[in-house]
Design a protein around this ligand. Structure first.
Ligand code: NAD
Length: 295
């Protein structure tokens, strides 16, 4: 297939690489620069997103946030300028579910399908082609793009219509944030009570409280390894999406709001680029006690 890929950063670079390795013809664009590793493999670097859309049948975006997707699709020299009827636009960035529905309508008006297909699994998952991909959009477009998703990920689910993929990703980020908070509180409590937090974590790993967050981030809290990983500033962006969407929907997310405040406290202490497991540091400030001494 002729595939377009826009946004070739930490995630997009390796994802586009897997599509070339699978034998697809790639047309690529990034506002900063196209990685040489991709052109060396045969990708064609384009001068704009519009040029990508002219050459490709399926156009994928993987950029940071909602305004970047809007710019790539509808800005000057954007995808919309190069589209013709029958093409498919696939946004794999993590962005606003509400804005996504609007973007899909504008792309549909040009005679094209739209899929929102954000991912979970991080840089490791992008490189290993083991991402979880949560998709919103029409069945037919999903079936057409699925062979491409299968080259980038493993757990691929069509959740529902446009916006539902992004909604699922926001739900994912709510669970991750609240679980980090729960693990942080539990280890802090145990440590203050005099128990060895490393042993407490080990004991809990076999029971009902076990989770990937307890395993990986609990270990980070005990060993004080807060280099990212997934940066607090990116998780703040995702919780902003949760809280803004909740406001638009008229629902209350009290513990998501609390987690965002804890991330805000970390940022106020210079921690925007710490790993998100460092949320525990905000809890430690309030408790005047650390899970474990800093290394
Ligand atoms: P990144 O900043 O490394 O890469 C984004 C790329 O998009 C950059 O190269 C940038 O130059 C380019 N870009 C920005 N605006 C553009 C535009 N208008 N046109 C063309 N290119 C443009 O970010 P990333 O870590 O690859 O993340 C991308 C998305 O994936 C984000 O929405 C992020 O939340 C999500 N995500 C990231 C991770 C992770 O661990 N990094 C995990 C899951 C999901």
């Amino acid at each position: 297939m002729n595939v377009g890929f826009i946004g070739l950063g930490i995630m997009g670079g390796p994802m586009a690489g897997h599509l070339i390795d699978a034998g697809h013809t790639l047309f690529v664009y990034d506002v900063v620069k196209v990685p040489e590793a991709l052109t060396a493999k045969g990708a064609t670097a384009c001068a704009s997103s519009a040029e990508v859309a002219k050459h490709a049948d399926i156009i994928i975006t993987m950029v940071p946030d909602t305004p970047h997707v809007e710019e790539a699709l509808f800005g000057m020299g954007g995808v919309a300028e190069g589209l013709s009827a029958g093409k498919i636009v696939v946004d794999m960035s993590s962005i606003s579910p509400v804005a996504t529905k609007g973007f899909a309508q504008k792309i549909n008006a040009l005679g094209c399908d739209y899929l929102d297909a954000p991912v979970s699994g991080g840089e490791v998952g992008a490189k290993a082609a083991s991402l979880t991909i949560m998709v919103g959009g029409p069945d037919g477009a999903f079936d057409t793009v699925k062979p491409l998703f299968e080259k980038m990920g493993k757990n691929i689910t069509l959740v529902g219509g446009n916006g539902d993929g992004q909604t699922t990703k926001v739900a994912n980020q709510i669970i991750v944030a609240l679980t980090i908070e729960a693990v942080g509180e539990a280890l802090l409590f145990a440590s203050k009570a005099g128990a060895n937090p490393a042993k407490v974590r080990e004991a809990l790993m076999g029971g009902f409280a076990s989770s990937k967050i307890l395993e990986i981030h609990g270990d980070r809290m005990v060993k004080r390894t807060f280099d990212p990983g997934f940066r607090i500033e990116l998780h703040q962006k995702d919780l902003n999406l949760a809280l803004q969407s909740a406001k638009a929907l008229g629902v209350s997310l009290p513990n998501t709001a609390t987690c965002q405040e804890l991330f805000n406290a970390c940022a106020a202490h210079g921690g925007s680029k710490w790993d998100h497991s460092a949320m525990v540091k905000a809890l430690e400030l309030m408790a005047n006690h650390k899970v474990a001494p800093d290394a």
